[in-house]
Design a protein around this ligand. Structure first.
Ligand code: XMP
Length: 534
């Protein structure tokens, strides 16, 4: 189901490529709404979606192998433009009567591609060498640009009706088109930032070739969604577990604008938040905040600490923290009584099946809630952010007037500081992490680093060592500074933070945080490490 029936959209058909979500995000950056579907989606269903264009993603297979993901020839006869990317391009050639073969060498990485700017796909692409293509090639339209390649197979023979419109030194068909049927195939990845003019190529496809007007904007999404939620909820009651993370905060703000006091937000403060975060959430959604909702803050720290006493094993801690959340939330929900709707902060990456295999959308349980809460008396779940990518959720948050510190909050694990204290979790150990982490964040902000790490925090080791402070011997804890650069949190590199910043943080932590006498910087990438310590 599209966000609204009237929204023009493009369909991205997923063949298991690692960049499939990126394709959809780039299309949305062209202000065109799009949705991702598995290649297994029946053709009738795709036809019924009334999309203005279709994009086939890359994938790990070889299209000529038995059992490889395929596409019905009808897909190319729906009367809407189709763009195949990498595997999608090869599949288009294969299905329509061309030939795809394995090359003797893989073409990988940034590659010089010569594109024909008379193709509507490549309109407006400029020559990276700054030369005038028409002069150089005697009236031709070929320009040089850099694109991201990642393929072994290549199109060795074009399908009937197609002409090549780009090539590299090694690959005769880096792009092809059949203008009479509006079919386009690109061997490289325009969705990847390394492709210099990739955004323009996708823009050319969705806006010019598919003719999308480009009406997908966050302000109109927010307005429309508020109207839709209002219409659906009527005079009903809505319950939301507010964690203070980006998704649930944006959802709370949106629901607040839509149904005001019909919304009750339950914020379970487990005492394992970062310094001041509980109060920040309350400042925005509580009585003195700018949203007129029922806000219940449950200060459950003591309960959590009681259950965590003596527990050292990371997964056991996670389990206890998850279970305790459910108990506390359940108790509050009982006090509130029956509600009509339970709101969940599910976002699009949670919905989209990842890679191959899924037949239909799989909805992951919300990380911070831990499964569908069947212990709450509600009639229906609403998930108004279900079609948004994270960056779009943030834009929606800004539209809704949320402060930057909530909108740009770093990812924070559901079990909170519970998994940033190695070993037993006690109030004093949590206090150490909170204070040290606060200093770390403050210094990183002060340093105005050009590129902020994607996630950075302090963790507490369970190692104590000897030090000397003034004239006194100390026997205190070591904390670890962690900072990582990552795209998807599946892999990560330790950030290269300036030494002076690290030194300043070290000196402030040792001087200001009682109980710490050593500071380490974690250089480990993921793999072999993980982002968190536990
Ligand atoms: P790891 O440590 O697995 O972290 O490399 C990857 C990302 O996931 C976050 N993370 C969690 N989030 N519950 C969550 O909601 C958890 O138990 C959990 N463990 C790790 C982590 O902060 C990072 O962003």
């Amino acid at each position: 189901m599209p966000v609204t029936q009237s929204e023009e959209k493009v369909i991205v058909i997923d063949f298991g490529g690692q960049y499939n979500q990126l394709v959809a995000r780039r299309v949305r950056e062209c202000n065109v709404y799009c949705e991702i579907y598995s290649y297994k989606t029946p053709i009738e269903q795709i036809r019924a979606m009334g999309a203005k264009g279709i994009i086939l993603t890359g994938g790990p297979n070889s299209c000529y192998e038995e059992g490889a993901p395929s596409a019905s020839p009808e897909l190319f006869n729906l009367g809407v433009p189709v763009l195949g990317l990498c595997y999608g391009a090869q599949l288009m050639a294969h299905v329509l009567g061309g030939k795809v073969e394995r090359a003797s060498a893989r073409e990988y990485g940034k590659t010089e591609v010569f594109v024909d700017t008379s193709s509507p796909l490549f309109t407006g692409i400029t020559d990276r060498r700054g030369t005038d293509p028409t002069a150089e090639s005697g009236g031709g339209h070929e320009v040089s640009t850099i694109c991201w390649m990642s393929h072994f197979d290549y199109i060795s023979k074009l399908a009937p009706g197609f002409e090549a419109v780009a090539h590299t030194d090694n690959c005769p068909v880096a792009a092809a088109q059949d203008l009479s049927r509006d079919l386009y195939a690109i061997q490289f990845h325009p969705e990847v930032l390394h492709t210099m003019e990739g955004s323009r190529m996708l823009h050319n496809f969705v806006r010019n070739i598919c003719g999308c007007a480009g009406t997908w904007r966050m302000d109109s999404f927010v307005e429309k969604t508020i109207e839709e939620v209002r219409a659906k909820v009527g005079s009903g009651k809505v319950l939301l577990a507010l964690s203070g993370g980006v998704d649930s905060s944006v959802l709370a703000a949106l629901l607040a604008k839509a149904v005001g006091k019909q919304l009750t937000c339950v914020f379970v403060d487990h005492g394992l938040m970062r310094k001041n975060e509980g109060d920040e959430v309350e400042a925005v959604f509580g009585e003195k905040g700018s949203f007129d909702v029922n806000f219940i803050r449950v200060n459950a720290g003591e309960r959590y600490f009681a259950r965590l006493a003596g527990v050292e094993e990371p997964e056991r801690k996670r389990k206890i923290i998850g279970e305790e959340f459910i108990r506390v939330f359940e108790e509050e929900a009982r006090k509130i009584g029956a509600v009509d709707f339970l709101a969940q902060g599910t976002i699009y990456p949670d919905v989209v099946e990842s890679g191959l295999g899924g037949e239909s959308a799989v909805i992951k349980s919300h990380h911070n809630v831990g499964g569908l809460p069947d212990y709450v008396d509600f009639k229906e779940i609403i998930e108004p952010l279900k079609y948004l990518f994270k960056d779009e959720v943030r834009k929606a948050g800004l539209e809704l007037g949320l402060p930057d510190y909530l909108v740009y909050r770093q990812p924070f694990p559901g079990p909170g500081l519970g998994i940033r204290v190695i070993g037993e979790v006690t109030p004093d150990r949590v206090r150490i992490v909170q204070d040290a982490d606060y200093i770390y964040r403050e210094e990183i902000a002060k340093a105005g680093l050009e590129k902020l790490p994607d996630q950075y925090f302090v963790a507490l080791t369970n190692t104590r060592s000897v030090g000397v402070m003034g004239d006194e011997r100390t026997y205190d804890y070591a904390v670890v500074l962690r900072a990582v650069d990552t795209v998807d949190f599946m892999t990560a590199e330790a950030s290269n933070l300036p030494y002076e910043v690290l030194q300043k943080v070290m000196s402030r932590i040792i001087n200001e945080v009682r109980g710490v006498n050593r500071v380490f910087y974690d250089l480990t990438s993921k793999p072999p490490g993980t982002v968190e310590m536990e």
